[in-house]
Design a protein around this ligand. Structure first.
Ligand code: F6R
Length: 614
């Protein structure tokens, strides 16, 4: 089953096309290709075999800056019908002038007659396909109007088609048409996308229209015009993102934040997919193999990020130190460049960002690069500036995160960092046995998270009790300290309650003076027994000052439960992965606090999803 993707817009066209083809990957295909309009011409790359191979070729062809300059592109996965699977037969096909490219699903029944006609007019074909015949036919009719030429050509064909075509001379639009093989169009922000399968479009925009048979559309960056084959306009309104659609996108959840919290079993599965090598008890990240020195010669890990992304770094720090036995520092990206950081090629700098556009993190990455560190990125948004500038990195695959308060991106960031630490550790001194232990713990996370989400009801009940307080303190030890910071940040930004996260034993060095009768202290006691016992001492110190203690504890830990006024039980797991279920409990608590206080949950005041200013 062949598949079509097309894109016109301001983003990196080759990347978007590859990503679209990947969505189509479950359909059978034997070859793939793409064509991009650039500088008055068209560049085509094709491959026999996998989309991964095509992606490699596309990356070699279009360096990030060049890809940005690309205006429009079309791509295709082919399942051979006319002619063997081969690069020559793969789509896109060009017309005789090389200025028009076309991809096609379906079968043209009269292509032999059309081919003979075109050959008699001088056309020379390089493939055995019916599609190349259609490309030449469009070229035959072309007089600087690709829409007109496609319509003329399609009036002469018999058979089924879904097509997309671009002209080098009109790079600001794609023409698409269907008859018996569907194509849909999505109008997004700063770009439009065409595809044979709406799932390709849905991850970019919900403003989707589908064509009917014998309709042709001109798809521009921000609008679409539909006509019939005779050129008569067809009235077709592109749906706006009204409330009904919002509700559909929220999949029945009241807010994106809640939806995204509940998406974590899937986003975590995606973050892990294909990245654990159980046989060697390690992780698979080819980007890390590019280090200028051996992994064993790296002397330091420096993580760069802001807000939640920095908290993920702090949660990962423990794993790097414990497993990889390497000095690790987590830097506030906003301060990093204003110091004079000392870095060289033995430093492994990891820039962490959901959006990949945070100005401070970008500046920190540039500084690390300049100083000669081996840099990599961890981003969610594909093709973001950070991902491109780092030149190598890992995507979170968490899917779009709409809620300003980051939830699923955080858990995926922590997991990717744990896997990186595992890989680094195994390249150094970490034993197979300990590596396998962590690999298994990571692999069990989707299930652990599924079993954690039902704490929603308890979180809601507790939120009801503390919704009117002025201050909340979160305390944690070891890997639970970053979770305390993240819990406090989630509460602050969504419900506007003053909240702070502390290392539990730090309370007695000052913050404990803030505790008054009934002040909530959220104690992250879901750690191993030794840590838990120390935490109980900290808890009792707070309780004796009148604090109202809410514990996050391992399920069935009756000893911890005894010291809490309220508690949320989460599944017990390996200490290095325990931040994941723990933070989910806090995300839910923050969400319900915000709901009960009637806050604008998905778009908190004064905040933006992507902070592109310093
Ligand atoms: C908190 C939050 C922010 C971001 C920070 C960095 O929920 O979303 O603290 O984590 O602005 O953003 P990214 O990760 O896009 O670099």
């Amino acid at each position: 089953m062949s598949g079509i993707v097309g894109y016109v817009g301001k983003a990196n066209a080759p990347e978007i096309l590859v990503r679209g083809l990947r969505k189509l990957e479950p359909r059978s295909y034997d070859s793939a290709g793409m064509a991009i309009t650039e500088n008055g011409g068209i560049t085509v790359v094709k491959t026999l075999g996998t989309i991964a191979a095509l992606e490699k070729k596309a990356r070699a062809q279009w360096a990030p800056d060049r890809a940005r300059a690309a205006a429009a592109g079309i791509a295709h996965t082919r399942w051979a019908t006319h002619g063997n699977p081969s690069e020559a037969n793969a789509h896109p096909h060009l017309d005789a002038s090389g200025k028009i490219a076309l991809v096609h699903n379906g079968i043209l029944e009269n292509y032999r007659a059309l081919r003979s006609f075109l050959e008699s007019k001088g056309s020379r074909f390089v493939s055995e396909t019916d599609t190349e015949v259609l490309a030449h036919l469009v070229g035959w009719f072309y007089t600087n109007d690709i829409f007109q030429a496609v319509s003329e050509a399609l009036r002469r064909v018999i058979g089924a088609y879904g097509i997309a075509a671009v002209s080098a001379l009109e790079p600001d639009h794609i023409v698409t048409a269907q008859c018996g093989s569907s194509v849909s169009i999505g109008i997004g922000v700063g770009g439009s996308i065409v595809a044979s399968d709406t799932s390709v479009i849905a991850e970019h925009t919900q403003r989707i229209i589908s064509l009917d048979d014998n309709e042709v559309a001109i798809v521009r960056v921000d609008d679409v015009e539909v006509r019939n084959l005779g050129g008569i306009p067809v009235s077709r309104t592109v749906p706006e993102l009204d409330e009904v659609e919002e509700a559909v996108r929220k999949n029945g959840f009241a807010h994106f934040m809640l939806k995204e919290i509940h998406e974590q079993p899937e986003s975590i599965t995606d973050a892990i997919r294909g990245r654990i090598d159980f046989e060697n008890a390690t992780a698979v990240f080819s980007s890390m193999d590019a280090a200028p020195c051996k992994i064993s010669e790296l002397t330091r890990v420096v993580m760069l990020g802001c807000g939640t992304s920095r908290h993920a770094g702090l949660a990962g720090e423990y794993a790097f130190e414990e497993l990889a036995d390497i000095q690790t520092e987590v830097e506030q990206a906003s301060e990093f460049r204003y110091r004079n950081p000392i870095l060289d090629k033995h430093d492994f700098a990891i820039a962490i960002s959901q959006s990949g556009e945070t100005a401070d993190t970008l500046a920190a990455l540039r500084e690390a690069k300049l100083k000669g560190a081996f840099v990599t990125s961890i981003c969610n948004v594909v093709s973001s500036t950070l991902a491109r500038e780092a030149g190598r990195g890992v995507y979170l695959r968490a899917g779009p995160e709409i809620s300003v308060a980051s939830t699923k991106a955080f858990t995926s960031q922590v997991i990717v960092l744990l896997l990186m630490a595992l890989k680094l550790g195994r390249g150094r001194r970490l034993s197979r046995e300990r590596g396998l232990e962590l690999a298994n713990a990571i692999a069990s996370l989707p299930d652990i998270v599924r079993r954690t989400l039902p704490v929603n009801d308890v979180a809601k009940r507790i939120a009801q009790k503390i919704k009117d307080v002025e201050h909340i303190y979160f305390i944690g030890r070891g890997t639970m300290y970053p979770v305390a910071l993240e819990g406090a940040l989630k509460v602050k930004e969504t419900s506007y309650i003053h909240a702070e996260g502390y290392q539990a034993s730090e309370m007695r060095h000052g913050p404990i003076a803030m505790l008054a009768q009934g002040t909530p202290v959220i104690a992250l006691a879901c750690c191993d027994e030794a840590e838990r016992d120390k935490m109980i001492i900290n808890v009792e110190e707070c309780r004796s000052r009148g604090a109202y203690i809410i514990g996050v504890i391992n399920a069935g830990d009756t000893e911890a439960a005894r010291h809490m006024d309220e508690f949320i039980e989460i599944p017990a797991t390996h200490p290095l992965v325990a931040p994941i279920p723990a933070v989910i409990a806090l995300q839910l608590l923050a969400y319900h606090l915000a709901c009960l206080r009637n806050c604008e949950i998905d778009k908190p005041r004064s905040l933006s999803k992507s902070l592109t200013v310093e």
